[in-house]
Design a protein around this ligand. Structure first.
Ligand code: NAD
Length: 260
């Protein structure tokens, strides 16, 4: 299968390039911001994966040329351009880029009418299973349990709360209709409302990504936690998603589909 990596010079991109080479994928294109391109690097230099002979480009059309699937971990503005070109050039899209605006989210649905698209704010298989377990716990425990989500990430992370925390809050909301999400709680705001899900973000050090969903009930509480200890886990999930998406009909897919 032929892959293009969008965001190839980034933390995630480098991990994907290295693992893709190890797993026998063929990389035919690499997209990064113009700043990366001007470094004069190629993918092999960046990833320490041997010289793969692919130049880094900031031109989406040429980076996607000949690819079956593009794996994107970049920025929302880049994803938006990737989606438009992927539709035109008939390339399937796996994206893990977070903090999408409403327009880009809409575009995911629009292009999925023509090509297969999988977007996941967390491509680890463990987080998908956590979301499913959390939904089950919320349904079984009922409205007597309050739900709060705490996430921790490295200090360079650009978005807050994380896309994964939002995804977990969505799973809670879907399981128990009527809850609304509150991001953080500043100062003394009085008692917690019964119908809210608090989402709290901590930033510091080099934490790759921890998420704990607290279910707080009368006389007991559950803490369901996922800890990422290595960025490769997201890359492995993205590559597994690419393998799953290859040859699928047009449509929106999720990590739940990949897990089966
Ligand atoms: P990073 O800053 O290390 O890398 C960003 C990459 O995108 C770089 O290669 C950069 O050159 C490229 N880029 C930025 N702007 C661009 C533009 N306008 N056009 C083309 N390329 C551009 O970031 P990162 O830590 O690798 O994370 C990338 C994204 O993936 C973020 O949105 C992050 O939240 C998300 N992420 C998702 C998961 C997941 O499991 N879904 C896991 C980790 C990170």
């Amino acid at each position: 299968m032929k892959l293009t990596i969008a965001g190839a010079t980034g933390r995630m991109g480098q991990s994907i390039v290295r693992l893709a080479a190890q797993e026998g994928f063929s990389i035919v294109g690499a997209l990064a911001s113009p700043q990366s391109r001007h470094l004069g690097l190629d993918v092999g230099d960046v990833a320490g994966a041997g010289n793969l002979g692919v130049a880094i480009s900031d031109d989406v059309a040429s980076a996607l040329l000949g690819a079956d699937v593009v794996i994107d971990f970049s920025r929302p503005e880049a994803l938006s351009r990737v989606l438009a070109v992927a539709r035109r050039q008939n390339v399937a899209v796996v994206s893990g880029t977070t903090r999408l605006d409403a327009d880009t989210e809409k575009k995911l649905d629009e292009v999925a009418a023509t090509i297969p698209v999988l977007w996941a704010p967390n491509t680890s298989l463990g987080v998908q299973v956590l979301a499913e377990i959390v939904a089950e716990a919320v349904r079984r425990l009922g409205p007597g349990f309050d739900v709060e989500i705490v996430e921790t990430h490295h200090k360079a992370k650009v978005d807050s709360p994380s896309g994964t925390a939002t995804r977990l809050a969505d799973a809670v909301r879907d399981a128990r209709k009527g809850l609304h999400t509150v991001t953080g709680r500043e100062g003394n705001v009085g008692p917690r409302a019964a119908d809210e899900i608090g989402v709290f973000a901590m930033r510091g050090g080099d934490v790759i990504g921890d998420h704990t969903v607290h279910l707080l009930g009368p006389g007991e509480r559950l803490e369901l936690t996922h800890r990422a200890t290595n960025r490769d886990l997201f890359a492995r999930g993205a590559l597994r998603a690419a393998r799953y998406l290859f040859g699928k009909p047009a449509g929106r897919y999720s990590m739940a589909d990949v897990l089966g």
